[in-house]
Design a protein around this ligand. Structure first.
Ligand SMILES: Nc1ncnc2c1ncn2[C@@H]1O[C@H](COP(=O)(O)OP(=O)(O)OP(=O)(O)O)[C@@H](O)[C@H]1O
Length: 272
């Protein structure tokens, strides 16, 4: 399908992070451009892959404005502006919800931060929950939901109080195959509900992540001429799945080019 990448809507420039004297991220630069398809609203989905301990979470926190890098900048939006905490919704794995409040009560707390007018907050909350096929769960308590349903509520919470950008930490972990498909569909649905919507997924599940992404970032470290690791991770490789015609279509999972890419990524993990 014909697509184009236009304005930059997220940009990290020469991000460095040193913790306890150890370089964790080194001169890390990356950008996300608005993907445009004629006659369609197309958001962006970036899959962010890398071996355990390489620095994904730290970069994730910097992208969300939750951690200040040692040097470098992150800008996002259209027009670009320096990231501040709250601009990016972060959905962590443990989906923190207040157990003594109903789902509606939990979500109204988030919605009122952004929409001080109670009836507007309630309208936005019902709209978001409707889009996530959860409108009938508003009266329940968190303990009455399944893990997947709690995840949806956590996503709804972030959609209500942030601006187009969502970071999902391990959205597929602990889910069975049917739930993975359902979450993948939901991610695409949210992404494509607004042109600027951009979802960044950090995950160890290469296939599920690649199946929903239009871009993949591979994070890793360089090696010197003797093969020793140079401390500090960078984005080692970017796959443009839109240009490779490997996105927005469930049938890509069966395409030989998709399978070749997945095994290439698996092989690269040993070097990253
Ligand atoms: N406060 C700290 N001081 C020093 N080093 C730290 C600190 N916090 C994290 N690190 C180191 O930073 C590196 C990157 O950690 P990070 O949590 O970002 O990795 P990750 O890629 O998200 O790993 P995983 O996939 O296992 O969650 C790790 O090697 C970790 O030991």
């Amino acid at each position: 399908m014909q697509s184009q990448r236009t304005n930059i809507i997220l940009r990290a420039d020469n991000v460095n992070l040193t913790l306890g004297g150890n370089p964790i991220l080194r001169d890390l630069s990356v950008e996300v451009r608005d993907v445009v398809r004629t006659g369609m609203t197309t958001g962006q989905v970036v899959g962010f892959l890398g071996p355990s301990g390489v620095g994904k979470t730290k970069f994730f926190e910097i992208l969300a404005g939750l951690l200040q890098p040692t040097s470098g900048t992150v800008q996002l939006g259209d027009p670009l502006q320096p990231v501040r905490a709250g601009m990016v919704g972060v959905v962590q794995q443990n989906y923190p919800l207040f157990n003594h409040r109903t789902i509606e009560g939990n979500l109204m707390l988030a919605a009122k931060k952004r929409y001080p007018n109670g009836s507007e907050a309630a309208d936005r909350m019902r709209d978001v929950m409707g889009r996530l096929h959860m409108a009938d769960k508003l009266g329940l308590y968190p303990a009455q939901l399944s893990g997947g349903q709690r995840q949806r509520v956590a996503i709804a919470q972030q959609l209500l109080c942030s601006d187009h950008f969502l970071l999902l930490d391990e959205p597929f972990s602990g889910l069975d195959i049917l739930m993975i498909e359902e979450v993948a569909e939901m991610i695409q649905e949210i992404a494509h509900s607004h042109e600027l919507n951009t979802i960044i997924i950090v995950s160890h599940d290469i296939v599920a992540t690649a199946s929903v992404s239009d871009t993949l970032w591979l994070m890793g470290r360089d090696r010197d001429t003797n093969g020793n690791i140079i401390p500090g991770a960078r984005i080692k490789r970017t796959y443009d799945l839109a240009a490779m015609d490997l996105c927005w279509d469930k049938t890509i999972l069966a395409k030989p080019a998709f399978q070749t890419m997945v095994s290439e990524i698996r092989d690269q993990f040993h070097q990253l």
